[in-house]
Design a protein around this ligand. Structure first.
Ligand code: DON
Length: 303
């Protein structure tokens, strides 16, 4: 598998030429569009990596999976799903218009920005820092890496430019879907700025693949929640490309605008991918192609 991975990374690296960096968060525009890395961790304890695997990048929307798990652990399904739905949107991740059109103020799912803001507002803790520390603790537990921290440059960059998220948070406040706008935005910008590498993502994917048990055998997420979030990853994890990704890769996955993709093949492996050039839907263009190729070669589709 190691040689095959190295060959695939070099083949798909070129696809990065067709994508574009996320320049709406200025700090993300500093990444090299042709970077591409992958790491795999299997249930048998084997680890493979190729390409720019050691580079660190921020979780961005991948953090939505983590906060959803925490909010569900804090409040249970009835409370969480009274404020956010379970249906894919077919819209871009930062769309606002449906918030006004359907069941006003209730975002369609927790993987779009509006839904993730509602979810972040539900994370328990007395201060933003306490709440962030809980998010960080879960990421560290899933990745089995106590050194994971936030990238403050990316955090400040998004905090200074995240006007659409601010608009959405105020809109949600008007409908009573979030309580405190400022602390919700602070937590959201910070959770998006948690820095990881492909190896961390692969281990987080393994934890979901093993129904909440991390690589050293500790149950860090309840089994049922690991199943639930993998279902969201299939239906909404790649935004309005989720259908196509399900057909051609068939792997539960969650992307972020930094170019990371967290992927989890139930009972088999976790996969972490990083390639910062994005397609028009905000997913890593080379990373998605690499995962589709890998799935074909190793028959990884869950369907
Ligand atoms: O809220 C934002 O715009 C970013 N912090 C995260 C968005 C994101 O990662 C969308 N993913 N493809």
């Amino acid at each position: 598998m190691q040689t095959m991975l190295e060959e695939m990374v070099e083949k798909y690296r070129e696809v990065g030429h067709q994508g574009k960096l996320a320049d709406y968060i200025p700090e993300l525009a500093k990444q090299d569009p042709l970077s591409l890395g992958i790491a795999i961790r299997t249930v048998d304890g084997e680890e493979y990596s190729a390409g720019d695997c050691p580079l660190t990048f921020t979780l961005q929307s991948i953090s939505k999976v983590i906060t959803l798990i925490l909010a569900l652990m804090d409040h249970g399904e009835d409370v969480v799903f009274s404020r956010v739905g379970m249906e894919p949107t077919g819209d871009p991740f930062n769309a606002i218009y449906k918030l006004e059109m359907y069941s006003p103020g209730k975002p369609l799912n927790p993987m779009i920005n509006a839904g993730a803001l509602v979810v972040s507002s539900l994370i328990g803790g007395n201060t933003v820092d306490q709440r962030l520390q809980r998010v960080l603790a879960l990421v560290r537990d899933m990745a089995d890496n106590p050194k994971i921290e936030i990238n403050t440059a990316v955090y400040h960059s998004e905090r200074a430019t995240g006007h659409r998220n601010r608009a959405m948070a105020h809109f949600l406040k008007e409908f009573g879907m979030i309580d405190d706008v400022e602390s919700t935005l602070e937590l959201y910008f910070q959770q998006c700025s948690i820095a990881v590498n492909c190896r961390d993502l692969a281990r987080m994917g393994l934890c979901l693949a093993q129904y909440g048990v991390n690589q050293s055998g500790k149950q860090v997420i309840p089994q049922e929640l690991a199943r639930l979030v993998k279902t969201f990853m299939v239906t909404c994890g790649m935004y309005n490309a989720s259908g196509e990704f399900a057909i051609y890769a068939g792997i539960p996955a969650k992307s972020g605008v930094s170019g990371g993709i967290l992927a989890s093949v139930p009972d088999k492996m976790g996969i972490g991918v990083f390639g910062p050039a994005l397609d028009e839907k905000g997913n890593s263009i080379a990373g998605s192609a690499l995962l589709k190729g890998l799935s074909r070669s190793y028959n990884l589709s869950i369907f």
